[in-house]
Structures are given as C-alpha cells and as structure tokens.
Design a binder for this molecule. Structure first.
Ligand SMILES: NC(=O)c1ccc[n+]([C@@H]2O[C@H](COP(=O)([O-])OP(=O)(O)OC[C@H]3O[C@@H](n4cnc5c(N)ncnc54)[C@H](O)[C@@H]3O)[C@@H](O)[C@H]2O)c1
Length: 253
C-alpha cells in the first residue's frame, strides 16, 4: 500500500485517466474525492472506489469555477480531515485551426485546464500545509512540448500548466509539498475514442504520432495512473517540478 492514510482529490476523476488514477490510488490505500463536472460519472467511480474498500465522496464540480472548487474541498476536508493529494486532470479536447478558432473555445479550453489547476491547487494547499505533506500531480500532455495542427488552445493550456507547475513546486517545497507532471501521448480514453474508436485507427494514430515501443499502440489510462502513483508514493520525496513522459517514445525531451 503506497498511499495508505492519504486522501486524494482527482479532478475529472469520472472517466479515462482520472478514473484510472482514482482507482489505482484507492487500491494503494487512499480515500478519494472525485471532482467531475459529470455527476453520473463521478457517482459511478465513487461506487467503484467503495467496492475496493475505500471511502469516496463526489460532487458535481466544474473545476474552473472557484465557488464549486471551494465547496468540494470544504466537504472533502470535513469528511476526511484533509486532502493531501491532488491530481489536476480535468480536461476537454476541443480545438481547431487557429485561423478559424472561436474565442469562446479558446477561453473554455484554457480555463478548464489551466485555471482549474490554479483554483484546485490553491484550494487544497492549506490542508497540505497543515499536514506538512502534500502531492500535486498534473496531467499535462505531449502537446505541451510538440506542435501539432488543430490543438492550439489545448497545447497552450498544457504548456501553461507545465510552467505554472514549476513556480508552484518552488513556492510549495518549504511545506513538504511536491508538484509534478505526467505528459501522456495519445491514450485510449473516451476523450479520444470518438476519433480513434477502432484498433486499426488507434494503431494508425500510434504510428503517425511516432510511437516506437513494441507493440506499436496507444497508451492505456492505467499506464498514466502508474506514473501519478509514483509521484504520490514513498520513493519520490526528492522529485519536484518534473515531468514523466508516457508516450511510447514518440517525444523524447
Ligand atoms: N486521452 C489522451 O490521449 C490524453 C493525452 C494527453 C493528455 N490527456 C489529458 O488527460 C486528462 C484526462 O483526459 P481523458 O483522456 O481521461 O479524458 P476523458 O474525457 O475520458 O475524461 C475527462 C474527464 O474530465 C471531466 N471534465 C471535463 N471538464 C471538466 C470541468 N470543467 N470540471 C470538472 N471535470 C471536467 C469530464 O467530465 C471527464 O470525466 C485531460 O486533462 C487530458 O487533456 C489526455
């Protein structure tokens, strides 16, 4: 049990990578707060966490809205006494070519990824400072590092998360809090299944995006969650401001 006695809030925990993080952290002993805008998805995952023998709390939460973030953090800390792990993972995949891009799409994508990270990190820091221990892990993306057409606001938001994580890592270090990132390549979740629904399309995307590991395939959510778990577990106290790339070798910094 690598995170026994800890309480983790996972944003976007109702689906895909967030769900995998919630379940893996629960399997390793943490109680879980699921902050997802989709209430039904949050409830489903809370049920899965309880089936693993851990406690779970969920509230429909738009993590880009301060009052909603404050509400779930307050309920979580009242119920569990603390939140000392935060996985900033909520996300949406909207975008399009820059020359046609709607301002509202830009604002929403940047807000859901980058502003959510600010609001959620700020909201849990007090509880982490009281423990003298905290772990903040952000799901960023290969898109923060490598240009690809059609993902302007998404890439910009993820790059912003990377830069912000380094500032937060320095500011929070004195309180025993580490701040790190996982940068997935294309990963098989509901977010991408609309585009790459079949195994053939997934393999084509893996080849196109430059995956070199064998067999050539997309990443699975559990492979991203395992990197998140490393940052939250007992062997990473010296690691902060860092990024683990889980992308089949398709981008090597
Ligand atoms: N799947 C990939 O290929 C991939 C690659 C790199 C990074 N990522 C990142 O991983 C994270 C998870 O993506 P996923 O692929 O699991 O997608 P997903 O669509 O399966 O899950 C995203 C979850 O976030 C929730 N969400 C959306 N907006 C929200 C908001 N405003 N407040 C709270 N919750 C909200 C959704 O309801 C959903 O449950 C995202 O940040 C995404 O950008 C995904």
């Amino acid at each position: 049990m690598r995170v026994e006695g800890h309480v983790a809030m996972v944003t976007g925990g109702g689906s895909g990578i967030g769900r995998a993080c919630a379940l893996m952290l629960a399997q390793e002993g943490a109680d879980i707060v699921v902050a997802d805008i989709d209430a039904a998805a949050g409830e489903r995952v809370a049920g899965e966490v309880k089936a693993l023998g851990r406690e779970a709390l969920t509230l429909a939460t738009d993590t880009s809205v301060k009052s909603q973030v404050r509400k779930i953090v307050a309920e979580g800390t009242t119920r569990f006494g603390k939140i000392d792990i935060l996985v900033n993972n909520a996300g949406i995949g909207a975008g399009g070519p820059v020359r046609d891009l709607d301002e509202a799409v830009w604002d929403r994508v940047v807000s859901v990824h980058l502003k959510s990270m600010f609001l959620c990190s700020q909201a849990v820091m007090e509880s982490m400072i009281q423990q003298g221990w905290g772990r903040i892990v952000n799901t960023i993306s290969r898109a923060a590092f490598r240009g690809r057409a059609g993902v302007g606001p998404y890439s910009a938001a993820k790059g912003g998360m990377l830069a912000f994580s380094r500032v937060l890592a320095v500011e929070a270090a004195q309180y025993g809090i580490t701040v790190n990132n996982v940068a997935p390549g294309t990963t098989v979740t509901p977010m991408v299944e609309a585009a790459y629904g079949t195994l053939e399309l997934q393999e084509e995307e893996a080849r196109t995006s430059g995956v070199v590991t064998t067999p050539v395939r997309l990443a699975w959510p559990e492979e991203i969650a395992a990197a998140v778990l490393y940052y939250c577990g007992p062997h990473s106290d010296q690691v902060t401001g860092m990024t683990i790339h889980v992308n089949g070798g398709s981008y090597m910094p």
